[in-house]
Design a protein around this ligand. Structure first.
Ligand code: FAD
Length: 398
């Protein structure tokens, strides 16, 4: 058994690694245990909201990411047939954030940068190819039992453990904390293509939510590709959803032209769930291990990074002698955001995108147009959609 005075972190996704960097910045040693042989490099989240960039800046992780991403100050709500309904301007946030834009960059660029920071620090260990299997705790410490790829079992004992091991979190399951919620009756098909939608559609913003009573979609620009996210019938098999002929038909329906080159395709089921507790003694849950929501609005990974920063700030204070009661505030603050802001907003975003009632659609579109035309309402809207408001509101949670 390896017994050390450090923080254990299960999972080297964006949340586990940001928590690790944030603890290292406070002089707290960390060991990160990652099941995979290497960090994930597939296409997942690709939007960093302004306050996330502010946090990453504080941790020295923003500059490199900005160099490898695209700054997008505008995002659009569109109607698939009628075109742009409203264009929101994050530039209005210039007095609220040092980063008044969404940065479009793939999440693996953040995890790569965070790993480099860990490699430079003698008080950080990142162990890959090791699966956390069980977790127990007593009054003084947490014991993690993990299995190396070679089959060898190893135990780690430390005063605290962060469970940032994703949606199927073993840490969460080991604590017995419930994860109530629902699975959305839709498969999300995420495609990426080198096709330049920005050159083909006049006035298109780099981030577009496109409503339609029959097939809504999301168009997102990344540094080298455009991503297209379609909802798909959950009764279809993954093979049917990913069928290249059907994909080509859907791409042609969206914008007819030459055959599309598809660089990546993924089909994934989306859940809306929030763990009953984020704190279980000396064990803390963060990121997808604690909450899941649909990707509309790009709040899942961003909310997870906000968890990581909030959690490690408080854990740092506990490390330096503050009462463990402080960790209860982490749970109260971040669960509230997950339920009242992220989940509520993501469900609203989905509802408005696939609204079928023509009167309701018209009323919603009129409301959006009125919002952007009124500077105060426009600012309030981008404060919410950029997640700045959710962080400000936390100050009132004791
Ligand atoms: C296919 C896919 C597509 C996505 N697309 C989008 C998108 O378009 N937009 C969006 O906003 N979000 C998207 N997401 C969600 C987004 O990627 C997550 O919100 C984000 O990665 C959460 O970060 P995390 O660090 O909490 O968890 P993860 O990124 O899942 O990281 C968890 C890490 O823990 C490791 N791990 C798991 N179990 C163990 C164990 N027992 N022991 C040790 N290590 C373990 C995993 O290997 C992984 O590296 C997508 C997710 C997936 C899976």
């Amino acid at each position: 058994m390896i017994s050390e005075n450090r923080v254990l972190i299960a999972g080297a996704g964006p949340v586990g690694l940001v928590a690790a960097v944030s603890l290292l910045e406070q002089g707290i040693p960390v060991t990160v245990l990652e099941a995979s042989a290497d960090l994930a490099v597939d296409l997942r989240a690709s939007t960093f909201h302004p306050p996330t960039m502010d946090f990453l800046d504080r941790l020295g992780l923003a500059e490199g990411l900005i160099e490898r991403g695209i700054k997008c100050p505008l995002w659009q709500f569109r109607d698939r047939k009628e075109g742009a309904v409203a264009t929101f301007d994050l530039g209005l946030l210039k007095d609220e954030t040092a980063h008044p834009y969404r940065l479009q960059a793939e999440q693996w660029k953040l995890t790569e940068a965070a790993r480099a920071r860990l490699e430079d620090d003698a008080s950080a260990d990142l162990i890959t190819d090791i699966v956390v299997e069980t977790v127990t705790q007593d009054a003084d410490a947490v014991t993690v039992t993990a299995r190396r790829k070679t089959g060898e079992i190893e135990q780690f004992r430390a005063p605290y453990l962060i469970g940032a091991d994703g949606a199927r979190s073993t840490v969460r399951k080991s604590t017995g904390v419930a994860f109530p919620g629902l699975t959305i009756p839709e498969i999300f098909l995420s495609l990426s293509t080198p096709f330049r939608y920005d050159l083909a559609i006049e006035g298109l913003a780099d981030i577009c939510y496109i409503s339609d009573p029959e097939e809504w979609l999301v168009l997102l620009r990344t540094p080298t590709l455009w991503r297209v996210l379609f909802p798909t019938d959950p009764n279809l098999s993954d093979d049917a959803v990913l069928d290249p002929v059907r994909i080509e038909e859907r791409m042609q329906d969206l914008l007819p032209g030459k055959p599309y080159e598809i660089a990546h395709k993924t089909a994934y089921r989306v859940h809306e769930r929030v763990a009953d507790h984020y704190v279980h003694g000396r064990i803390f849950l963060a990121g997808d291990a604690a909450h899941l929501n649909n990707p509309l609005g790009g709040m899942g990974m961003n909310g997870g990074i906000h968890d990581a920063v909030n959690l490690s700030d408080k854990l740092g204070q506990v490390w330096r002698g503050a009462s463990m009661d402080l960790m209860g505030r982490y749970e109260r603050q971040r669960r509230k955001v997950a339920i009242e802001t992220v989940q509520a907003q993501a469900l609203r975003n989905r509802a408005v995108l696939n609204e079928t009632d023509p009167d309701k659609r018209r009323a919603y579109h009129d409301d959006l147009r009125a919002t952007v035309a009124d500077p105060e309402k426009h600012l309030a809207h981008v404060m919410r959609s950029s997640m700045i408001q959710s962080l400000r509101d936390l100050e009132d949670v004791s």
